[in-house]
Design a protein around this ligand. Structure first.
Ligand code: NAI
Length: 469
Protein backbone atom coordinates (compact mmCIF):
# COMPACT_ATOMS: atom_id res chain seq x y z
CA UNK A 1 0.00 0.00 0.00
CA UNK A 2 1.40 3.42 -0.91
CA UNK A 3 0.50 6.86 0.46
CA UNK A 4 1.31 10.27 -1.01
CA UNK A 5 2.02 13.58 0.64
CA UNK A 6 3.68 16.95 0.14
CA UNK A 7 5.88 16.55 3.19
CA UNK A 8 6.97 13.50 5.13
CA UNK A 9 8.51 14.38 8.48
CA UNK A 10 10.72 11.68 9.99
CA UNK A 11 10.67 12.05 13.76
CA UNK A 12 7.91 13.37 16.01
CA UNK A 13 10.08 15.14 18.58
CA UNK A 14 9.87 18.91 19.11
CA UNK A 15 11.69 19.49 15.81
CA UNK A 16 9.55 17.14 13.75
CA UNK A 17 6.10 17.61 15.22
CA UNK A 18 6.37 21.40 15.24
CA UNK A 19 7.58 21.34 11.61
CA UNK A 20 4.63 19.10 10.71
CA UNK A 21 2.14 21.49 12.31
CA UNK A 22 3.67 24.50 10.56
CA UNK A 23 3.65 22.64 7.25
CA UNK A 24 -0.03 21.75 7.68
CA UNK A 25 -0.82 25.37 8.60
CA UNK A 26 0.79 26.38 5.32
CA UNK A 27 -1.38 23.95 3.36
CA UNK A 28 0.97 21.01 2.80
CA UNK A 29 -0.45 17.51 3.13
CA UNK A 30 1.78 16.17 5.86
CA UNK A 31 2.66 12.78 7.30
CA UNK A 32 4.79 12.46 10.43
CA UNK A 33 6.39 9.13 11.24
CA UNK A 34 8.12 8.05 14.43
CA UNK A 35 9.49 4.79 15.81
CA UNK A 36 7.63 5.47 19.05
CA UNK A 37 3.88 5.03 19.30
CA UNK A 38 3.68 8.24 21.30
CA UNK A 39 4.36 11.63 19.81
CA UNK A 40 6.84 14.10 21.34
CA UNK A 41 10.14 12.30 20.79
CA UNK A 42 12.91 12.09 23.38
CA UNK A 43 12.10 15.50 24.88
CA UNK A 44 8.56 14.67 25.81
CA UNK A 45 8.79 10.94 26.51
CA UNK A 46 12.21 10.43 28.09
CA UNK A 47 13.92 13.82 28.30
CA UNK A 48 13.09 17.43 29.04
CA UNK A 49 9.55 16.99 30.31
CA UNK A 50 9.76 13.94 32.62
CA UNK A 51 13.03 15.26 34.04
CA UNK A 52 11.44 18.62 34.80
CA UNK A 53 8.51 16.90 36.49
CA UNK A 54 10.89 14.92 38.72
CA UNK A 55 13.04 17.99 39.32
CA UNK A 56 9.99 19.88 40.53
CA UNK A 57 8.65 17.06 42.72
CA UNK A 58 12.03 16.53 44.35
CA UNK A 59 12.48 20.28 44.77
CA UNK A 60 9.23 20.34 46.73
CA UNK A 61 10.61 17.55 48.89
CA UNK A 62 13.83 19.50 49.50
CA UNK A 63 11.79 22.61 50.32
CA UNK A 64 9.71 20.68 52.81
CA UNK A 65 12.88 19.30 54.39
CA UNK A 66 15.02 22.42 54.45
CA UNK A 67 13.07 25.60 53.72
CA UNK A 68 9.45 25.57 54.85
CA UNK A 69 10.25 25.90 58.56
CA UNK A 70 12.05 29.19 57.83
CA UNK A 71 8.78 30.54 56.47
CA UNK A 72 6.84 29.41 59.50
CA UNK A 73 5.34 26.38 57.80
CA UNK A 74 5.71 23.43 60.12
CA UNK A 75 5.46 20.01 58.55
CA UNK A 76 6.32 16.67 60.02
CA UNK A 77 6.61 13.14 58.75
CA UNK A 78 8.12 14.27 55.46
CA UNK A 79 8.73 11.28 53.21
CA UNK A 80 9.57 10.74 49.58
CA UNK A 81 6.91 8.69 47.84
CA UNK A 82 8.78 7.65 44.71
CA UNK A 83 5.87 5.75 43.15
CA UNK A 84 3.60 8.81 43.37
CA UNK A 85 6.32 11.08 41.97
CA UNK A 86 6.82 8.72 39.05
CA UNK A 87 3.07 8.47 38.49
CA UNK A 88 2.80 12.26 38.43
CA UNK A 89 5.63 12.44 35.91
CA UNK A 90 3.98 9.79 33.73
CA UNK A 91 0.67 11.65 33.89
CA UNK A 92 2.34 14.88 32.75
CA UNK A 93 3.92 13.05 29.81
CA UNK A 94 0.59 11.42 28.85
CA UNK A 95 -1.23 14.75 28.96
CA UNK A 96 1.33 16.40 26.73
CA UNK A 97 1.58 13.56 24.21
CA UNK A 98 -2.22 13.55 24.01
CA UNK A 99 -1.99 17.29 23.40
CA UNK A 100 0.16 16.75 20.32
CA UNK A 101 -2.23 14.01 19.10
CA UNK A 102 -4.99 16.60 19.33
CA UNK A 103 -2.92 19.17 17.42
CA UNK A 104 -2.18 16.59 14.71
CA UNK A 105 -5.89 15.84 14.31
CA UNK A 106 -6.76 19.52 14.31
CA UNK A 107 -4.20 20.17 11.57
CA UNK A 108 -5.09 16.97 9.64
CA UNK A 109 -1.58 15.56 9.93
CA UNK A 110 -1.31 11.81 9.39
CA UNK A 111 0.63 10.09 12.17
CA UNK A 112 2.44 6.84 11.43
CA UNK A 113 4.40 4.49 13.65
CA UNK A 114 7.46 2.76 12.26
CA UNK A 115 11.06 3.04 11.16
CA UNK A 116 11.56 5.20 8.08
CA UNK A 117 14.15 4.36 5.45
CA UNK A 118 14.73 6.45 2.37
CA UNK A 119 14.56 4.36 -0.80
CA UNK A 120 14.75 7.07 -3.45
CA UNK A 121 14.79 10.88 -3.08
CA UNK A 122 10.99 10.82 -2.89
CA UNK A 123 10.14 7.33 -1.68
CA UNK A 124 10.32 6.22 1.93
CA UNK A 125 9.56 2.82 3.35
CA UNK A 126 7.99 2.64 6.82
CA UNK A 127 8.36 -0.61 8.67
CA UNK A 128 6.26 -1.00 11.79
CA UNK A 129 6.89 -3.21 14.81
CA UNK A 130 5.10 -6.19 13.28
CA UNK A 131 7.43 -5.97 10.30
CA UNK A 132 4.81 -4.87 7.82
CA UNK A 133 5.95 -2.23 5.40
CA UNK A 134 4.31 0.74 3.69
CA UNK A 135 5.70 3.04 1.05
CA UNK A 136 5.24 6.80 1.10
CA UNK A 137 5.68 9.00 -1.95
CA UNK A 138 6.67 12.44 -0.66
CA UNK A 139 7.48 15.60 -2.59
CA UNK A 140 9.64 16.70 0.32
CA UNK A 141 11.17 14.82 3.23
CA UNK A 142 12.26 16.44 6.46
CA UNK A 143 14.57 14.42 8.67
CA UNK A 144 14.18 15.24 12.36
CA UNK A 145 15.32 11.95 13.82
CA UNK A 146 17.09 13.48 16.83
CA UNK A 147 19.80 11.94 18.95
CA UNK A 148 20.49 9.16 21.43
CA UNK A 149 22.77 8.84 24.47
CA UNK A 150 26.45 8.48 23.63
CA UNK A 151 28.36 5.63 25.19
CA UNK A 152 31.96 5.26 26.32
CA UNK A 153 34.52 2.52 25.82
CA UNK A 154 34.33 0.15 28.79
CA UNK A 155 30.62 0.85 29.38
CA UNK A 156 27.76 -1.18 27.98
CA UNK A 157 24.22 -0.04 28.76
CA UNK A 158 22.30 -2.90 30.36
CA UNK A 159 19.32 -0.78 31.39
CA UNK A 160 19.65 -1.98 34.96
CA UNK A 161 23.06 -1.14 36.42
CA UNK A 162 24.69 0.79 33.62
CA UNK A 163 21.98 3.20 32.58
CA UNK A 164 21.26 6.22 30.40
CA UNK A 165 19.07 9.20 31.21
CA UNK A 166 16.08 7.21 29.91
CA UNK A 167 16.27 4.55 32.63
CA UNK A 168 17.26 7.16 35.24
CA UNK A 169 13.77 8.63 34.81
CA UNK A 170 12.04 5.34 35.63
CA UNK A 171 13.91 3.88 38.63
CA UNK A 172 11.57 2.11 41.03
CA UNK A 173 13.98 2.10 43.95
CA UNK A 174 16.17 4.97 45.14
CA UNK A 175 19.77 3.83 44.68
CA UNK A 176 21.94 4.15 47.80
CA UNK A 177 24.93 5.04 45.66
CA UNK A 178 24.76 6.48 42.17
CA UNK A 179 27.73 7.35 39.98
CA UNK A 180 27.15 9.72 37.10
CA UNK A 181 29.68 10.04 34.31
CA UNK A 182 29.60 13.59 32.94
CA UNK A 183 28.98 16.87 34.79
CA UNK A 184 27.01 18.31 31.87
CA UNK A 185 23.33 19.21 31.77
CA UNK A 186 21.96 15.69 32.28
CA UNK A 187 24.52 14.83 34.96
CA UNK A 188 23.62 17.87 37.06
CA UNK A 189 19.85 17.66 36.56
CA UNK A 190 19.44 13.95 37.21
CA UNK A 191 22.16 14.11 39.86
CA UNK A 192 20.01 16.72 41.63
CA UNK A 193 16.89 14.55 41.37
CA UNK A 194 18.46 11.47 42.92
CA UNK A 195 20.51 13.40 45.49
CA UNK A 196 17.32 15.07 46.76
CA UNK A 197 15.76 11.63 47.04
CA UNK A 198 18.64 10.52 49.24
CA UNK A 199 21.16 8.83 46.94
CA UNK A 200 24.86 9.43 47.52
CA UNK A 201 25.70 10.88 44.10
CA UNK A 202 29.24 11.07 42.74
CA UNK A 203 29.64 12.93 39.45
CA UNK A 204 32.73 12.05 37.46
CA UNK A 205 33.85 14.64 34.94
CA UNK A 206 36.65 14.47 32.40
CA UNK A 207 37.36 18.21 32.28
CA UNK A 208 38.36 20.30 35.30
CA UNK A 209 34.92 21.90 35.67
CA UNK A 210 31.20 21.26 35.77
CA UNK A 211 29.27 22.42 32.68
CA UNK A 212 32.31 22.86 30.44
CA UNK A 213 31.74 25.49 27.78
CA UNK A 214 29.60 27.70 30.00
CA UNK A 215 30.79 30.99 31.48
CA UNK A 216 33.54 30.52 34.08
CA UNK A 217 31.87 32.45 36.91
CA UNK A 218 28.63 30.58 36.34
CA UNK A 219 30.43 27.24 36.45
CA UNK A 220 32.21 28.13 39.68
CA UNK A 221 29.02 29.26 41.40
CA UNK A 222 27.13 26.19 40.13
CA UNK A 223 29.80 23.83 41.47
CA UNK A 224 29.76 25.59 44.84
CA UNK A 225 25.98 25.49 45.20
CA UNK A 226 25.60 21.90 44.01
CA UNK A 227 28.41 20.71 46.28
CA UNK A 228 26.57 22.37 49.17
CA UNK A 229 23.49 20.41 48.12
CA UNK A 230 25.45 17.21 48.54
CA UNK A 231 26.62 16.29 45.04
CA UNK A 232 30.19 15.01 45.08
CA UNK A 233 32.36 15.88 42.13
CA UNK A 234 35.43 14.11 40.85
CA UNK A 235 36.79 16.47 38.22
CA UNK A 236 39.68 15.88 35.80
CA UNK A 237 38.80 12.22 36.11
CA UNK A 238 38.49 9.66 33.37
CA UNK A 239 35.94 6.88 33.62
CA UNK A 240 37.62 3.77 32.30
CA UNK A 241 34.86 1.21 32.56
CA UNK A 242 32.13 -0.44 34.57
CA UNK A 243 31.88 -4.03 35.70
CA UNK A 244 28.67 -5.53 37.02
CA UNK A 245 29.35 -7.21 40.39
CA UNK A 246 26.42 -8.91 42.10
CA UNK A 247 23.76 -6.30 42.78
CA UNK A 248 26.11 -3.42 42.11
CA UNK A 249 28.61 -2.12 39.67
CA UNK A 250 32.30 -1.27 39.99
CA UNK A 251 33.35 1.84 38.12
CA UNK A 252 37.03 2.24 37.43
CA UNK A 253 38.37 5.79 37.43
CA UNK A 254 41.73 7.38 36.82
CA UNK A 255 43.02 10.93 36.85
CA UNK A 256 43.01 12.44 33.36
CA UNK A 257 46.71 13.18 33.82
CA UNK A 258 47.55 9.45 33.80
CA UNK A 259 46.20 5.99 34.49
CA UNK A 260 48.70 5.19 37.26
CA UNK A 261 46.38 5.92 40.23
CA UNK A 262 43.26 4.02 39.35
CA UNK A 263 40.43 3.84 41.85
CA UNK A 264 37.31 1.74 41.89
CA UNK A 265 33.97 3.22 42.91
CA UNK A 266 31.40 0.67 44.12
CA UNK A 267 27.89 1.89 43.39
CA UNK A 268 24.38 0.56 42.83
CA UNK A 269 24.04 2.16 39.43
CA UNK A 270 26.12 4.19 37.03
CA UNK A 271 24.45 6.73 34.75
CA UNK A 272 26.27 7.65 31.58
CA UNK A 273 25.67 11.29 30.62
CA UNK A 274 28.52 12.09 28.29
CA UNK A 275 26.57 13.73 25.51
CA UNK A 276 24.33 12.55 22.72
CA UNK A 277 24.94 11.34 19.18
CA UNK A 278 22.74 11.89 16.11
CA UNK A 279 20.29 9.12 15.10
CA UNK A 280 20.94 8.41 11.45
CA UNK A 281 21.56 4.68 11.26
CA UNK A 282 18.29 3.42 9.79
CA UNK A 283 17.61 6.33 7.43
CA UNK A 284 19.29 4.82 4.37
CA UNK A 285 21.24 8.01 3.67
CA UNK A 286 24.27 6.20 2.36
CA UNK A 287 22.35 4.54 -0.46
CA UNK A 288 21.24 7.99 -1.63
CA UNK A 289 24.79 9.32 -1.52
CA UNK A 290 24.22 11.61 1.50
CA UNK A 291 27.47 11.33 3.47
CA UNK A 292 27.65 12.28 7.14
CA UNK A 293 30.27 14.71 8.41
CA UNK A 294 33.15 13.60 10.66
CA UNK A 295 30.95 13.85 13.78
CA UNK A 296 28.08 11.88 12.27
CA UNK A 297 25.83 14.87 11.51
CA UNK A 298 23.90 15.36 8.26
CA UNK A 299 25.38 18.30 6.33
CA UNK A 300 22.77 20.88 5.23
CA UNK A 301 22.82 24.32 3.60
CA UNK A 302 21.24 27.48 5.04
CA UNK A 303 17.82 26.28 3.83
CA UNK A 304 18.30 22.98 5.69
CA UNK A 305 18.59 21.13 2.38
CA UNK A 306 20.87 18.12 2.16
CA UNK A 307 22.74 17.53 -1.08
CA UNK A 308 19.44 16.17 -2.39
CA UNK A 309 17.39 19.39 -2.44
CA UNK A 310 13.99 17.93 -1.55
CA UNK A 311 15.45 16.13 1.48
CA UNK A 312 15.83 18.46 4.43
CA UNK A 313 17.22 17.91 7.92
CA UNK A 314 16.92 19.85 11.17
CA UNK A 315 17.61 19.58 14.90
CA UNK A 316 20.05 17.26 16.67
CA UNK A 317 20.94 15.38 13.45
CA UNK A 318 22.54 18.47 11.88
CA UNK A 319 24.72 19.59 14.81
CA UNK A 320 24.72 22.81 16.81
CA UNK A 321 23.11 23.02 20.24
CA UNK A 322 21.29 19.72 20.86
CA UNK A 323 18.24 21.38 22.33
CA UNK A 324 14.51 20.95 21.77
CA UNK A 325 13.86 24.64 21.20
CA UNK A 326 16.65 24.91 18.63
CA UNK A 327 15.10 22.00 16.73
CA UNK A 328 11.65 23.64 16.90
CA UNK A 329 12.95 26.89 15.42
CA UNK A 330 14.76 25.02 12.67
CA UNK A 331 11.70 22.92 11.86
CA UNK A 332 9.55 25.99 11.37
CA UNK A 333 12.28 27.82 9.48
CA UNK A 334 12.95 24.87 7.14
CA UNK A 335 9.27 24.47 6.25
CA UNK A 336 8.71 28.18 5.75
CA UNK A 337 11.78 28.47 3.55
CA UNK A 338 10.54 25.58 1.47
CA UNK A 339 7.62 27.86 0.63
CA UNK A 340 9.74 30.96 0.10
CA UNK A 341 9.12 32.39 3.56
CA UNK A 342 10.93 32.25 6.84
CA UNK A 343 13.63 33.86 8.86
CA UNK A 344 16.87 32.61 10.26
CA UNK A 345 17.92 30.58 13.26
CA UNK A 346 21.08 31.88 14.92
CA UNK A 347 22.86 29.15 16.85
CA UNK A 348 24.66 31.82 18.89
CA UNK A 349 21.30 33.13 20.13
CA UNK A 350 19.86 29.85 21.32
CA UNK A 351 19.44 29.95 25.09
CA UNK A 352 20.58 27.01 27.20
CA UNK A 353 19.03 26.21 30.56
CA UNK A 354 20.04 23.81 33.30
CA UNK A 355 17.11 23.11 35.62
CA UNK A 356 19.06 22.72 38.82
CA UNK A 357 18.10 24.69 41.91
CA UNK A 358 18.77 27.51 41.31
CA UNK A 359 18.38 27.41 37.55
CA UNK A 360 21.28 28.23 35.27
CA UNK A 361 20.70 29.92 31.92
CA UNK A 362 22.92 31.38 29.25
CA UNK A 363 22.87 32.81 25.77
CA UNK A 364 25.59 34.04 23.46
CA UNK A 365 29.25 34.53 24.19
CA UNK A 366 31.12 33.75 27.40
CA UNK A 367 33.83 36.01 28.81
CA UNK A 368 36.38 33.29 28.08
CA UNK A 369 35.46 33.10 24.38
CA UNK A 370 35.51 36.91 24.03
CA UNK A 371 38.92 37.09 25.68
CA UNK A 372 40.22 34.32 23.45
CA UNK A 373 39.18 36.25 20.37
CA UNK A 374 40.38 39.59 21.72
CA UNK A 375 36.90 41.17 21.60
CA UNK A 376 36.66 44.29 23.79
CA UNK A 377 33.64 44.05 26.10
CA UNK A 378 32.12 45.48 29.27
CA UNK A 379 30.58 43.40 32.04
CA UNK A 380 27.49 44.25 34.06
CA UNK A 381 26.79 41.99 37.01
CA UNK A 382 24.05 42.06 39.59
CA UNK A 383 23.56 39.63 42.50
CA UNK A 384 20.14 38.24 43.41
CA UNK A 385 21.02 39.01 47.04
CA UNK A 386 20.31 42.66 46.15
CA UNK A 387 17.00 41.89 44.41
CA UNK A 388 14.03 42.56 46.66
CA UNK A 389 11.80 39.81 45.25
CA UNK A 390 14.61 37.27 45.65
CA UNK A 391 15.00 38.43 49.28
CA UNK A 392 11.26 38.16 49.90
CA UNK A 393 11.14 34.56 48.71
CA UNK A 394 14.53 33.68 50.13
CA UNK A 395 16.17 32.72 46.82
CA UNK A 396 19.16 35.01 46.91
CA UNK A 397 21.86 32.77 45.50
CA UNK A 398 23.30 33.69 42.12
CA UNK A 399 23.62 36.62 39.77
CA UNK A 400 22.89 38.03 36.33
CA UNK A 401 25.85 38.87 34.16
CA UNK A 402 25.56 40.73 30.88
CA UNK A 403 28.41 41.12 28.41
CA UNK A 404 28.22 44.03 25.97
CA UNK A 405 30.54 45.17 23.19
CA UNK A 406 32.83 47.93 24.49
CA UNK A 407 32.32 50.08 21.40
CA UNK A 408 28.66 49.56 20.40
CA UNK A 409 27.11 48.37 23.70
CA UNK A 410 25.39 45.55 21.79
CA UNK A 411 24.68 42.55 24.01
CA UNK A 412 27.10 39.73 23.25
CA UNK A 413 26.01 37.28 25.90
CA UNK A 414 24.24 36.83 29.21
CA UNK A 415 24.70 34.35 32.02
CA UNK A 416 22.26 33.85 34.85
CA UNK A 417 22.29 31.61 37.87
CA UNK A 418 19.37 32.23 40.15
CA UNK A 419 15.58 32.00 40.54
CA UNK A 420 13.64 31.51 37.28
CA UNK A 421 16.85 31.93 35.24
CA UNK A 422 15.33 29.79 32.47
CA UNK A 423 12.50 32.26 32.02
CA UNK A 424 14.53 35.41 32.64
CA UNK A 425 16.95 34.61 29.83
CA UNK A 426 14.16 35.08 27.25
CA UNK A 427 14.36 38.85 27.66
CA UNK A 428 18.03 38.85 26.73
CA UNK A 429 17.47 36.51 23.78
CA UNK A 430 14.80 38.89 22.48
CA UNK A 431 17.13 41.84 23.01
CA UNK A 432 19.92 40.09 21.11
CA UNK A 433 17.62 38.99 18.28
CA UNK A 434 16.40 42.58 18.05
CA UNK A 435 19.94 43.99 18.07
CA UNK A 436 19.30 45.97 21.23
CA UNK A 437 22.04 47.42 23.41
CA UNK A 438 22.56 46.96 27.14
CA UNK A 439 21.40 50.59 27.44
CA UNK A 440 18.07 49.68 25.78
CA UNK A 441 17.48 46.96 28.38
CA UNK A 442 18.62 49.27 31.18
CA UNK A 443 16.09 51.92 30.12
CA UNK A 444 13.20 49.44 29.93
CA UNK A 445 10.77 49.57 32.84
CA UNK A 446 10.71 46.28 34.77
CA UNK A 447 7.95 45.47 37.24
CA UNK A 448 8.78 45.73 40.92
CA UNK A 449 9.35 43.60 42.85
CA UNK A 450 10.40 40.98 40.30
CA UNK A 451 13.40 38.78 39.56
CA UNK A 452 13.61 40.51 36.17
CA UNK A 453 14.80 43.67 37.85
CA UNK A 454 18.14 41.89 38.24
CA UNK A 455 18.39 41.92 34.42
CA UNK A 456 17.76 45.67 34.31
CA UNK A 457 20.29 46.24 37.08
CA UNK A 458 22.91 44.08 35.33
CA UNK A 459 22.29 46.08 32.15
CA UNK A 460 22.73 49.31 34.15
CA UNK A 461 25.89 47.83 35.66
CA UNK A 462 27.40 47.49 32.17
CA UNK A 463 27.72 51.28 32.34
CA UNK A 464 28.53 51.33 36.05
CA UNK A 465 25.07 52.68 36.94
CA UNK A 466 23.40 49.87 38.90
CA UNK A 467 21.19 51.40 41.57
CA UNK A 468 20.94 48.71 44.22
CA UNK A 469 24.59 47.69 44.64
P1 NAI B 1 26.74 17.39 27.88
O1 NAI B 1 27.48 17.57 26.63
O2 NAI B 1 25.95 18.50 28.48
O3 NAI B 1 27.75 16.91 29.03
C1 NAI B 1 28.56 15.77 28.90
C2 NAI B 1 29.68 15.86 29.91
O4 NAI B 1 30.37 14.65 29.94
C3 NAI B 1 30.68 16.95 29.57
O5 NAI B 1 30.88 17.74 30.72
C4 NAI B 1 31.92 16.16 29.19
O6 NAI B 1 33.12 16.83 29.48
C5 NAI B 1 31.75 14.92 30.04
N1 NAI B 1 32.48 13.74 29.56
C6 NAI B 1 32.62 13.33 28.28
N2 NAI B 1 33.35 12.20 28.24
C7 NAI B 1 33.67 11.88 29.53
C8 NAI B 1 34.42 10.83 30.15
N3 NAI B 1 35.00 9.87 29.43
N4 NAI B 1 34.53 10.82 31.50
C9 NAI B 1 33.97 11.80 32.24
N5 NAI B 1 33.27 12.82 31.71
C10 NAI B 1 33.11 12.86 30.36
O7 NAI B 1 25.84 16.09 27.63
P2 NAI B 1 24.64 15.48 28.46
O8 NAI B 1 24.59 16.02 29.84
O9 NAI B 1 24.76 14.01 28.28
O10 NAI B 1 23.39 16.01 27.68
C11 NAI B 1 23.19 15.60 26.33
C12 NAI B 1 22.51 16.67 25.54
O11 NAI B 1 21.18 16.82 25.96
C13 NAI B 1 23.20 17.98 25.65
O12 NAI B 1 23.35 18.54 24.37
C14 NAI B 1 22.28 18.81 26.47
O13 NAI B 1 22.31 20.17 26.12
C15 NAI B 1 20.92 18.18 26.19
N6 NAI B 1 20.09 18.34 27.36
C16 NAI B 1 19.52 19.53 27.60
C17 NAI B 1 18.78 19.74 28.73
C18 NAI B 1 18.22 21.08 28.98
O14 NAI B 1 18.12 21.87 28.06
N7 NAI B 1 17.87 21.41 30.21
C19 NAI B 1 18.56 18.68 29.71
C20 NAI B 1 19.26 17.48 29.39
C21 NAI B 1 19.98 17.33 28.24
Amino acid sequence: MSKECDLLVIGAGPGGYVAAIRAAQLGLTTICVDKRHLLGGTCLNVGCIPSKALLHSTHLLAMAQHELALHGVQVSGIQADLATMMAHKDRVVSQLTAGIEFLFKKNKITKMQGTATLITPDTVSIRDESGSEQTIQAKHILIASGSQPATLPGFVFDGERVISSTEALFLKVIPDKLAIIGAGVIGLELGSVWRRLGSAVTVIEFTDTVLPGMDGELRKQAARILTKQGLQFKLSTRALGAEIQGNGVAVTLAPVAGTAHQEVLQVDKVLLAVGRVPCTESLGLESLGIALDSKGFIPVDHNYRTKIPNILAIGDVIGGPMLAHKAEEEGVCAVERLLGQGGQVHWDRIPGVVYTQPEIAAVGRTEESLQKQGVAYRVGKFPFSANSRARAVDQTEGFVKILAAADTDMILGAHIIGPQAGDLIAEIVLAMESDLSAEDVARTCHAHPAFGEAIKEAALAVDGRAIHV
